[in-house]
Ligand binder design. Structure first.
Ligand code: CP
Length: 332
């Protein structure tokens, strides 16, 4: 494997194979598999799980890693093209990324959406420009519209919980005080479609799934025997659901317009997941969220602390899932 950029680049059988490898590495650790290998981790944006799980996973396979968070003890990196660099950014990614890649056997990059132009973010212009600078195996640690590591861990989590391949997967918008990127919702809906699930996106008006993403999800669902629909009707969306996956994202109607977005979301603070949401769901319905999550803003304390919540298990699964990716990329 040379690149892990989008889970949809892999056939469902290949994803299942990666999950099987992750489970094997949990049962039968290989503490020397990546001895002498170095993983570079470039975080243009903050992280807790991604950073810690990659470092822990690499160490458990016998390799090592280094972390660069530009501007925090290292030069601040400019990523815009053709700009006069007379501000606080001392180095351009055009030099910085090839230098980091030259020290590494594989490089992970996190670079969130710019959040100004929906089409540019959908086209992954920022991440693609960085990816072109890397001549080593490359991992997407979250880009504008994707988070394949989270998606792989979530698929593994659902397998372990016995969620049927064709079960109902509801991705629900939940409230957040500001507009957040579409990366996780995009990765979650496409992953569930690839898995063959009945995917329903539940969201208020103004937060619709962008057409290219809906088309991609529909195509993946068609191939895997699943389906994709979108609604703002909570009761019908959750009827028979096996998973409620909550995520905050910004308005797609007012993308890049902070003032209009703030007006739209003002009356939506009741979009906080609480137990009554599950009335029509399958009694076994699990609650998923990629974390971090704001307690009592996006989801009630009682639900996060209750038996439906599998958020810590999802976060744990980031580590074995990524170990499988690293093993495929770097083991002899
Ligand atoms: N879910 C996730 O990617 O978490 P971090 O942002 O903490 O890495």
């Amino acid at each position: 494997m040379k690149r892990f950029i989008d889970l949809a680049d892999f056939e469902p059988a290949a994803v299942r194979d990666l999950i099987a490898l992750a489970q094997k590495l949990e049962r039968e650790p290989e503490p020397q598999a990546l001895a002498g290998k170095v993983l570079g981790l470039l975080f243009m944006n903050p992280s807790l799980r991604t950073l810690a799980s990659f470092q822990a996973g690499m160490a458990r396979l016998g390799g090592s890693s280094f972390v660069i968070t530009p501007g925090q003890g290292t030069w601040n990196l400019e990523s815009r093209q053709g700009v006069m660099m007379d501000g606080d950014r001392a180095e351009h990614v055009r030099e910085g990324i090839p230098v980091l890649a030259s020290y590494s056997d594989a490089l992970g990059i996190r670079s969130f959406a710019e959040g100004k132009d929906l089409n540019a973010d959908l086209a992954e212009t920022g991440f693609r420009a960085m990816a072109e600078l890397v001549d080593k195996p490359l991992i997407n640690m979250e880009s504008a519209m994707n988070h394949p590591c989270q998606a792989l861990a979530d698929w593994k989590t659902m397998d372990e919980l016995g969620v049927p391949d064709h079960g109902k997967f509801v991705l629900s918008w939940v409230y957040h005080p500001r507009a957040l990127p579409l990366a996780v919702p995009a990765a979650a809906m496409t992953m569930a479609a690839q898995r063959g699930m009945e995917v329903v996106v539940l969201r208020p008006e103004g937060y619709e799934v962008p057409a290219p993403l809906a088309d991609k999800t529909r195509a993946l669902a068609k191939t895997s025997g699943g389906s994709f629909t979108e609604t703002s009707d909570r009761a019908s969306a959750l009827k028979g659901a096996r998973v409620l996956y909550a995520k905050e994202w910004g308005s797609t109607r007012h993308y890049g317009d902070a003032r209009a977005e703030a007006e739209l979301r003002k009356p939506l603070s009741e979009w906080r997941v609480e137990e009554p949401w599950f009335q029509s769901a399958d009694p076994r319905c699990h609650f998923m969220h990629c974390l971090p999550v704001r307690r009592n803003v996006a989801v009630a304390d009682a639900l996060l602390d209750g038996p439906r919540s599998v958020v810590v298990r999802e976060a744990y699964n980031r580590m074995p899932a990524q170990m499988a990716v690293l093993h495929r990329m770097l083991a002899r």
